[in-house]
Design a protein around this ligand. Structure first.
Ligand code: SF4
Length: 329
């Protein structure tokens, strides 16, 4: 019997698991397969990881029979509780077949948009997934630079980056990638890669490195929240079409933004810069953080107080400027 792993939040949305949480996912996260052929040092599914097989990031993924899961996801979509599915296909000898079979099951059951993050090797394969009904494809860069990739992944960054660019040019509006903050890159390097992706029409889902017990990097620290906030702000301004020359760096850190303070504050005032980024309707609640702790990615709109706090955490504006926000929000 074929089984899919649904993230705990997804299993709750589709009525297969009870969960105490204040925010549920708006995208169904489905993991296909386990124990990847790759050996990314941060990943619970990597070849050498001794983490539980039902872990990815800090989330557990209960098994659900495939047909039952597809039908439950379709029902939740029809009821308006889900807006997208993300198939995260672990690289195994069967990943292509598993991804295609899941895509077919989902598209047979409903019109829910499906994003597939799989071991795509060629533009033709990406095109075939779209022809078979995928709304978007994701090729995860994870690391911001080839150097960081050599330390944490497989040294194939340049090949993956070129493939992603070719997919974006041949399948406009359908390519996404993931970038992880906190693998040792500078903010400048991360924002440069983000800028290049956006210029090519590639959507960026930003993640914070999360140490997972059993992985090679279990003892490393997650990124400082200020660093993450600065990257979020830079990413947001670039997404809004602001020029990268406005981002001013000092020793690789985003030190200032060359905009009038009032303009910058009003741009950030709705808190959107700090919400989860990526494909439409992807909110990934508690993917990188514990409930109750500091949220790297807000899976819901921020309150005015949370927005003020996030701006203050960035350290980009003097405390007095943040106080202006109190009148602004
Ligand atoms: S951004 Fe979200 S929906 Fe898109 S591939 Fe990443 S996790 Fe999946």
């Amino acid at each position: 019997m074929s089984v899919w792993k649904l993230s705990a939040g997804t299993a709750c949305v589709v009525g297969k698991k009870q969960l105490k949480t204040d925010v549920l996912p708006t995208t169904a996260y489905v993991m296909l397969g386990e124990k990847c052929l790759n050996n990314c040092r941060f990943c619970a599914q990597s070849h050498s990881s001794t983490a539980r097989a039902d872990r990815l990031a800090r989330i557990t993924w209960p098994d659900i029979p495939a047909q039952e899961a597809a039908a439950a996801i379709a029902a939740a979509f029809e009821a308006g509780r889900l807006k997208r599915v993300c198939l995260q296909v672990v690289r195994t000898g069967q990943s292509w077949q598993a991804g295609v079979a899941a895509l077919e099951s989902l598209t047979r059951e409903s019109a829910i948009p499906v994003c597939i993050a799989s071991a795509i090797e060629t533009v033709e394969q990406a095109g075939e997934l779209v022809a078979r009904g995928a709304d978007r494809i994701c090729i995860a860069l994870d690391a911001a630079t080839p150097d960081i990739d050599r330390q944490v992944k497989d040294g194939q960054w340049t090949r993956r980056h070129e493939l992603l660019q070719r997919c974006a040019s041949q399948l406009p509006g359908r390519a996404s990638t993931h970038l992880i903050v906190g693998l040792g890159e500078s903010e400048e390097a991360m924002l440069k890669t983000i800028q290049e992706c956006l210029e090519q029409g590639i959507t960026v889902g930003l993640f914070a490195f999360t140490p997972v017990p059993g992985t090679a990097w279990a003892d490393r620290r997650p990124p400082d929240i200020g660093r993450y906030r600065r990257v979020q702000i830079g990413h947001y301004l670039l997404r809004q079409g602001y020029s990268p020359v406005l981002l001013q760096f000092c020793d690789g850190q985003l030190a200032a933004i060359a905009l009038p303070v009032k303009e910058l504050l009003s741009l950030l005032a709705d808190g959107k810069a700090f919400e989860t980024s990526g494909c439409p309707d992807c909110n990934r609640p508690y993917y990188n953080e514990r409930p109750g702790g500091s949220l790297y990615n807000y899976p819901r709109p921020l309150t005015p107080a949370e927005t003020r706090q996030a701006i203050a955490e960035s350290g980009l504006l003097a405390a007095t400027a943040v106080k202006v926000l109190e009148g602004c929000l």
